[in-house]
Write a protein that binds this ligand. Structure first.
Ligand SMILES: NC(=O)N[C@@H](CC(=O)O)C(=O)O
Length: 437
């Protein structure tokens, strides 16, 4: 038996409404409890004075690229990047090659994650076979193989009929359908948001309405079927409002926001830098404000990254030919601290809730809490440290971050997965053994 005491940190656990200076005790792979534990003696002590002790962060929108695109990322490299960002669990997207659309494919992901031994990985299954939008995938087999949700992310489900069936069928498994909300006719050929900036730059735009019509459709289908719908990477003011209205009507809909959609705008494209190209695209100041409002009033339930690594040779093509997407895992926490907590939009507890308890709830992951007997995934955060993001230090195989050189605040210093220290930021004092050498 091994007992770890994480001493004197500011323990923030939204699942128990805890935010106080206290000790956290771990025995083997489980949480023992918060506060004094009579007759217990730690084998190891981690001093968390001045730091925040939170449930391990969860990112439910991650592209790990394996199988098939190992030049961009592998399950090992992506989960190493997760740990360096304080993320102990990721749910990974099925737009791999081949797509994760079968029990065997889901099992492969779980096996590779076990081999890597970094963060926990929960695979997400495709809605349609091969993500081709034609025929539903075998949800039962996928669930059997460990899939926690379904999506064709990267592309929308074009057919409303198939989306309706997916929402109906998923009820049998109580798993959410994740919507990549995009009307492909409206976005065809676009490389950025459609608006005054695309006009100035002479670049083909993707209008906000392309996202909004699909969010509208999918909420209507969820309302009709009673299925559970989660809207991925919400980027538009109109989208936030549709989710808000849907929730008011009692539709089972949740939404997520990614850091790039509340820290950047389409003005960034003036540089023609491909690291500002992603799907959905960066929008306007008005949309950024709406996303922040949505996070504040609970319309946007979760924070997630849409970590989308692409190898340098792909991201160095001209804007029109470069793939969509940017890295997210290592910059997730500092961007949320710097742009949500520091300006006072969210409290620490509210932010951590959207990175732990809520995403765990959306995908029914047995994670996201420091309750006694829970799996001991813990992220220790230095809330005041400022540092400069250096993409060349990334554990990802790719380098496509628009945040290189940015000065940010807040960083994970020690990360435990299943009661084991899996990551320590360089310069962090190692855990102290209480036994004589
Ligand atoms: N979000 C992105 O910009 N890219 C995603 C897929 C997607 O387009 O959603 C990717 O897989 O690269």
């Amino acid at each position: 038996m091994s007992t770890i005491l994480i001493r004197n940190g500011r323990v923030i656990d939204p699942s128990q409404l805890i935010d106080r200076i206290d000790d956290l005790w771990i025995v083997d792979d489980r949480i023992l409890g918060i506060g004094p534990q009579p007759n217990r003696h730690p084998d190891t002590i981690i001093d968390a004075t001045g730091q925040i002790v939170a449930p391990g962060l969860i990112d439910i929108h991650v592209h790990l690229r394996e199988p098939g695109r190992e030049e961009d990322e592998t399950i090992a490299s992506g989960t190493a990047a997760a740990l360096a960002g304080g993320v102990t669990s990721v749910a990974c997207m099925p737009n791999t090659e081949p797509a994760i659309d079968s029990q065997a494919a889901a099992e492969f992901v779980i096996l590779q994650a076990k081999r890597a031994g970094n963060a926990n990985v929960f695979p997400i299954g495709a809605i349609t076979k091969g993500r081709l939008g034609q025929e539903l995938a075998e949800f039962g087999g996928l669930v059997e193989g460990g899939a926690v949700a379904f999506t064709d992310d990267g592309t929308p489900v074009v057919s409303a009929e198939i989306m309706r069936r997916a929402l109906e069928y998923s009820r049998m498994f109580d798993k959410p359908i994740l919507s990549h909300a995009e009307d492909l006719d409206l976005t065809r050929g676009g490389v950025m948001n459609e608006g005054i900036e695309s006009l100035r730059l002479g670049l083909r735009g993707m209008p906000a309405i392309a996202e909004e019509v699909m969010i509208y459709r999918d909420i209507a289908l969820a309302e009709r079927t009673g299925g559970r719908l989660h809207i991925l990477h919400v980027s538009t003011a109109g989208g936030v409002d549709l989710i808000r209205q849907g929730k008011k009507r009692g539709v089972r809909v949740t939404g997520e926001a990614c850091p790039h959609h509340f820290t950047l705008t389409d003005r960034c494209l003036r540089t023609f830098d491909s690291n500002f190209k992603m799907s959905p695209p960066l929008r306007t100041d008005n949309d950024v404000q709406a996303i922040i409002e949505g996070l504040k009033d609970g319309t946007l339930d979760a924070l997630a990254t849409d970590h989308a690594p692409h190898a340098p040779e792909k991201k160095s093509r001209e804007l029109e030919h470069t793939p969509n997407g940017i890295l997210g895992l290592e910059t997730f926490l500092p961007l949320c601290v710097t742009y949500l907590v520091e300006p006072g939009h969210l409290s620490w507890s509210e932010m951590i809730r959207k990175m732990t308890l809520v995403p765990a709830g959306i995908m029914s992951l047995p994670r996201g809490t420091l309750k006694a007997n829970a799996i001991a995934d813990v992220t220790i955060i230095d809330p005041t440290t400022t540092y400069t993001i250096d993409v060349n230090q990334s554990r990802s195989k790719s380098r496509n971050s628009p945040y290189h050189g940015w000065s940010v605040r807040g960083r994970a210093t020690t990360v435990l997965v299943g009661g084991r220290v899996k990551y320590q930021l360089a310069g962090t004092p190692p855990p102290q053994s209480t036994h004589l050498a």
